[in-house]
Design a protein around this ligand. Structure first.
Ligand code: SAH
Ligand code: F3S
Length: 463
């Protein structure tokens, strides 16, 4: 036999052994908490097939799925660069299946096959439950239809597997707000709320598995609405019921819209102690003119009023926000109004980005004469100010006792554990016994850094 024949035989034997060993799955997630949730669910759906196991190393994977984000142009371009790298892996291993899911898949549809013909499957956020059958398909299939009934996805999600002490629970999907700059309503469809019993089943199961912090997630969680026996169930009802489930120590929710910060939701802060004293409530801009152009449907004054009401019920509540800097023709004055609002509210953290024109959105048609350099300078000023506010609040925490949820081993030092304060700051502290994972403990804060705190545990809190 010639050496090239031996090579081919070895190659065939190698791939035969690999295929008998089962399949390794690698999922890479871009973007928001909804994508993180969808990736976790896709993993759980695929792992129902016992021959599939997860790997953190793309080089050894048989199936690679990219769960993508198209909120800004940069996020979308990252996906195509990653696909370029994956093409090289596919040349070495032609059996490799590559899938593109998430919002880029919906936005681009079959165009992905034009730019990256080696991709095997594309699926949208609504069709993750179709992934197992799509992987088996020989033909390239486009399953990105946003009109796909989201209820079908909710109904076909497997029972959750807890991966830590904190877990996301999706309560709704999509967005019907159609802000003038945003692609989400087009990529994820309109708002659809999940059945309350499904949500509570999921919470109960997670708690049984040791989860003590529930994070309700969705594009607009406070738009949650479900009619049950003639009564409308809202986010405040979900929080109240969840707070009464034994073992739920903390409840968070993200992301919410100022327009739906109703009085009953604000009141919930007065009687559900598990609801944390931290709220992410994106304002986007402090200028009414820009807010109107963004089609946000609230004013700066209305936003301030919401925060005042919240602080009346929970004086120590910390607020974080998303900001868009450099919306078309944002003037120096508009930007100054945003900075004034930041100083007035004292935002504790932010996700802030330069405006990115997205195809198909109304704002992408607007003229814009503001140079990119000026937008970058504004972003720098905004982020620097938020960092200062963040550090100043962290310094205020020094020498106070904070009730914290123990979330894992410290990333800085394996001899330490890591916990989170109510406003989600990481606290590292000396403690060896991992039995306290998932428990609330009292920690004396001893030092503040920009992104974390150091502390000493006092005593075990409620368990
Ligand atoms: N529920 C949230 C929306 C979440 S979308 C709300 O009430 O606003 C996530 C964030 O992405 C938005 O808050 C916005 O700050 C940012 N974003 C969306 N489209 C964008 C665009 N075209 N350019 C820059 N940032 C954008
Ligand atoms: Fe996007 Fe506005 Fe909805 S930012 S997700 S359209 S609230």
């Amino acid at each position: 036999i010639s050496p090239s024949c031996i090579k081919i035989i070895l190659y065939v034997v190698f791939f035969f052994i690999i295929s008998c060993m089962g399949k390794k799955l690698y999922i890479k997630t871009y973007g928001c908490q909804m994508n993180e949730y969808d990736s976790q669910k896709t993993l759980e759906i695929l792992k129902q097939d016992p021959s599939i196991e997860e790997t953190k190393n793309p080089n050894e994977a048989d199936i690679i799925l990219l769960n993508t984000c198209s909120i800004r142009e940069k996020a979308e371009e990252k996906v195509y660069s990653e696909l370029g790298r994956l093409n090289k892996l596919k040349k070495i291993n032609p059996q490799l299946k590559i899938g593109v899911g998430g919002c880029v898949a919906t936005q681009e549809g079959k165009n992905i096959y034009k730019r990256a013909p080696f991709v095997d499957l594309i699926f949208g956020p609504q069709t993750i439950h179709k992934v197992p059958s799509l992987i088996k398909e020989e033909n390239k299939i486009n399953a990105v239809d946003v009109s796909f009934p989201i209820e079908e996805k909710f109904d076909s999600l497997p029972k959750p597997d807890a991966t830590g002490v904190s877990s996301f629970v999706s309560i709704m999907e999509g967005c019907s707000k159609y802000c003038s700059f945003c692609v989400v309503p087009y990529t994820r469809g309109d708002e659809v709320s999940r059945k309350p019993e499904q949500i509570f089943d999921e919470v109960a199961r997670l708690v049984e598995q040791g989860v003590s912090e529930i994070v309700f997630v969705g594009q607009n969680v406070n738009a949650y609405k479900f009619t049950l026996s003639g009564r409308i169930i809202g986010l405040s009802d979900l929080i109240e019921v969840c707070g009464s489930i034994h073992g739920v120590e903390r409840i968070r929710y993200t992301t919410s819209h100022p327009l739906e910060m109703t009085d009953d939701l604000i009141d919930t802060y007065g009687h559900v102690p598990q609801l944390v004293s931290h709220l992410h409530l994106p304002v986007q801009s402090g200028s009414n003119e820009i807010l109107t152009k963004m089609k946000r449907n609230y004013t700066r004054e209305e936003y301030i009023e919401i925060i005042k009401k919240l602080r009346k019920v929970r004086p120590n509540i910390k607020i974080s926000s998303d900001f868009i800097v450099g919306f078309p023709n944002e003037s120096d004055y508009d930007f100054q109004l945003t900075m004034d609002l930041i100083n007035e509210i004292e935002f504790d953290a932010s996700f802030s980005f330069i405006y990115s024109a997205r195809p198909g959105t109304p704002a992408s048609q607007l003229e814009d004469s503001i140079p990119l350099q000026q937008k970058k300078e504004r972003l720098y000023i905004l982020q620097k100010r938020i960092d200062e506010l963040q550090l100043s609040y962290s310094n205020e925490l020094v020498q106070t006792i904070q009730r914290c949820l123990v979330t894992g081993v410290s990333k800085k030092d394996i001899k330490q554990l890591q916990a989170r304060t109510e406003c989600n700051r990481v606290v590292n502290f000396d403690f060896q016994n991992i039995d306290i994972l998932g428990k609330l403990v009292d920690i004396n804060i001893t030092k503040a850094y920009q992104r974390s705190l150091a502390g000493q545990i006092l005593e075990l809190g409620r368990t």
